[in-house]
Design a protein around this ligand. Structure first.
Ligand SMILES: [Zn+2]
Length: 456
């Protein structure tokens, strides 16, 4: 991580406890980050949270080292603090009466979120069972913790003594790692579970993938994709309820409220699209029209080092070309799902999508095939996709622990960019990064589409 220093000109908002005293202030910010834009976004967010309005940039973000602050008590102290905590701020204010001498200002936000109440709500949502089967309803009983990544074959295949590494985003770890998420060992019993089906529907529906290895049949492909979608509906529904709960807790004129409302609006657009896709899948399932789902399966030799199940709206392809404008809320977004699956020989990386999403998904996969034909390693591209676009993944302890330190850090950093709301999506996020880490040996590509890889 680099350290960026910048200075912002600010004035207190009415809610700021310094409002009567201070007319304005200059804030020095020391931020640990990978690039200056993200450091700037982080700094402005933190400063705004403490009831200051940013009126100008005195010093734009510049990379600094300890040497820049030799002989400067405050600078050296704040630099050291940033190395420990990820960020440090120092405010120097000037008084309204123009007489009082310039003093460092101590800062406290006017609003403190009720963390306990949020955590309670989060838990409550997670434990609120429901059945997302298209035929689910009042007759559904006994909601069960379904695994979105298969437990018996996919998770246990990569586990050691029943444990796997999964990304940790809890607050303690966030602080210990200076904001970067790290991986922690977790028992496979709780990894990737969600209360999104009743026992009867889960057992009946998913038997062809829970009790058999991937061949693949059209029905199996459908079920893998459907389970990814149902998990996402469960997670996004909970997230929206949680955001609403948080917003209601914040005073009307606080800066955070606007920030969260914008976040909520974005999440709602994604959720609306997701529900449209779910209903397409429900229709196909009702008619057993499993051929509605298109797929491309990459099979790899040997034991898988990673297990995952996710989906996303492809925004950029593997060359960095934009495919869909996710910021334009008038559009319907095409959706692709991807997951790992155990097979009789080796394992599979399965892409699947409903035919109504073929336009974008075909272009997305074509770019992958084109990159493969010009010599890019498919393992690099697919591994990059999992770490960049799928928070629901688990890593084999045996594989993770033998990785060199810089590989572990690169993986954590790449994943950190995915979950950070401060990092803008880079056009090239699927085009480069994480090269030479995944050593997956491709054996075949199986697809029910016209797309064909030109393998050398
Ligand atoms: Zn049910």
């Amino acid at each position: 991580m680099k350290t960026f220093f910048m200075q912002l000109q600010v004035v207190p908002t009415r809610e700021n406890e310094n409002y009567d005293m201070a007319e304005g202030a200059l804030v020095g910010c020391w931020i640990l980050e990978t690039d200056p834009e993200v450091a700037f976004a982080k700094a402005t967010f933190q400063v705004s949270k403490y009831d200051w309005l940013i009126t100008g940039v005195e010093t734009p973000p510049i990379e600094v080292t300890q040497e820049n602050f030799v002989g400067e008590d405050i600078g050296a102290e704040q630099y050291a603090k940033a190395q420990q905590e990820g960020l440090a701020f120092f405010y120097v204010g000037w008084a309204r009466d123009k007489k009082t001498s310039v003093e460092p200002i101590t800062i406290r936000p006017s609003f403190k979120p009720n963390v306990e109440s949020h955590l309670r709500k989060q838990k409550q949502e997670k434990n609120r069972g429901r059945c997302l089967h298209y035929d689910g309803g009042v007759r559904c009983r006994e909601y069960i913790n379904a695994h979105s990544i298969q437990k018996n074959q996919a998770l246990s295949a990569i586990s050691r003594d029943g444990h796997v590494y999964t990304p940790s985003a809890n607050m303690t770890t966030l602080r210990e790692n200076r904001g970067a998420p790290a991986y922690e060992l977790n028992g496979i019993g709780t990894v990737s579970t969600f209360l999104g089906f009743c026992k009867k529907h889960d057992n009946e529906l998913f038997a062809p993938i829970d009790n058999s290895l991937l061949l693949p049949t059209n029905e199996q492909v459908f079920l893998y994709a459907y389970r990814s979608i149902c998990r996402e509906v469960f997670v996004k529904d909970n997230a929206l309820n949680l955001i609403t709960h948080k917003i209601n807790d914040i005073p009307a004129n606080n800066f955070l409220r606007g920030h969260l409302e914008a976040f909520k609006a974005g999440t709602e657009i994604g959720f609306k699209n997701l529900k449209r896709h779910k209903s397409n899948y429900d229709d196909s399932l009702r008619k057993s029209a499993f051929n509605d789902i298109k797929h491309a399966l990459f099979t790899f030799k040997g034991a898988p080092p990673i297990a995952f199940s996710g989906l996303f709206y492809p925004d950029y392809d593997f060359k960095g070309t934009q495919l869909q404008y996710l910021a334009d809320h008038r559009n319907d977004f095409d959706l692709i799902t991807f997951c790992s699956a155990p097979m009789a020989k080796g394992w599979g990386f399965l892409f699947a999508w409903h035919h109504t999403s073929s336009q974008i998904c075909n272009r997305f996969l074509s770019s992958l095939f084109e990159e493969m034909s010009t010599g890019s390693r498919v393992a690099d591209m697919l591994f990059r996709l999992v770490i960049s676009a799928c928070e629901n993944h688990a890593i084999s302890p045996i594989w993770w622990e033998q990785l060199p330190k810089d590989h572990k850090e690169e993986i954590s950093r790449t994943f950190g960019c995915t979950v950070s709301s401060f990092s803008p999506t880079k056009a090239t996020y699927l085009a480069k990064g994480l090269e030479g880490i995944a050593e997956w040996d491709l054996s075949s590509v199986i697809t029910n589409t016209d797309l064909a890889p030109n393998l050398r």
